[in-house]
Ligand binder design. Structure first.
Ligand SMILES: Nc1ncnc2c1ncn2[C@@H]1O[C@H](COP(=O)(O)OP(=O)(O)OP(=O)(O)O)[C@@H](O)[C@H]1O
Ligand SMILES: [Mg+2]
Length: 247
């Protein structure tokens, strides 16, 4: 089994005439906590969308867990263990957070076709869901209406739903955006406790979070991977200061 859970080879991406990546080669080890940083418009979100299958590259390949997934749908990639932070969709809006997490756990166990009525019989899953909500400080909101949760808690719930699937790779696009500094640290300290069976790729602008929680940092700028190294080396690099850190 390869050490790498994710690799991209010679990815080329363009929107019309706007070339985003010419030749993106990227690799991420199993269990790694890997941050992508870079200026606005560098292609960070586009890269995550190419990895998860929301976008198709013009050429090149995405390898996940040792297999080419370039032509797989996003749903097939989720099933294979690649999960991106959930968007809160209409299905979950009418449910309370506990029900939502139980549904995610059912999905993980391949039992997603059970009706909500039978959910109430799944006492073990309910306990597990409650434990996850407690871990992310959402226990007191378990029975409230998802829609009525403040924005920060909705972001947290998205992360809990993703974590519930026990992915091999969890992709988070600016998970701390819209959260207070303290909430941001809480989210990341919980993520840091996740089993190393889950690798995490996160885009983040808050350098305190990046330098504290990443094992490896990739710097994207103008469609290229400028540097991929430890947080310490990235922090010290004059080239990175020039393209991004700006001081
Ligand atoms: N669907 C699209 N159609 C056309 N252009 C797009 C599309 N999505 C992104 N772009 C362009 O591609 C470039 C990269 O965008 P992307 O969203 O990947 O940047 P980013 O690094 O995530 O930036 P930010 O830090 O602001 O989130 C930008 O110039 C953007 O305007
Ligand atoms: Mg972005």
């Amino acid at each position: 089994m390869s050490d790498m859970v994710l690799e991209t080879r010679d990815l080329h991406m363009a929107f019309g005439g706007l070339v985003i990546f010419n030749c993106m080669n990227f690799a991420l080890r199993r269990g790694e906590r890997h941050a992508i940083i870079g200026p606005n418009g560098a292609g960070k979100t586009t890269f995550v969308s190419l990895v998860t299958g929301l976008l198709k590259p013009k050429s090149g390949n995405v390898f996940f867990d040792g297999r080419i997934v370039t032509n797989d749908t996003p749903q097939q990639r989720v099933k294979a263990g690649m999960v991106r932070t959930f968007q809160i969709n209409s299905l979950f809006k009418a449910l309370n957070p506990l029900e939502s997490v139980v549904l995610a756990l059912l999905e993980r166990d391949g039992k997603a076709r059970l009706s909500l009525r039978s959910v109430s019989a799944e006492t073990k899953l309910i306990d597990e869901a409650m434990a996850l909500l407690t871990q992310f400080d959402l226990a007191r909101d378990a029975y409230g209406l998802t829609e009525a949760l403040p924005y920060g808690k909705q972001r947290l719930l998205e992360i809990v739903l993703a974590v519930a699937l026990q992915p091999k790779l969890l992709l988070l696009d600016e998970p701390a955006a819209g959260l207070s500094t303290q909430q941001g640290h809480e989210v990341f300290s919980q993520l840091a406790h996740l089993s190393k069976d889950t690798a995490i790729l996160f885009i983040e602008h808050d350098m305190n979070l990046v330098f504290r929680y990443a094992d490896v940092v990739s710097v994207f700028a103008a469609g290229a991977l400028v540097m991929q190294d430890t947080p310490e080396n990235v922090r010290r690099s004059p080239r990175v200061r020039e393209v991004y850190l700006g001081n």
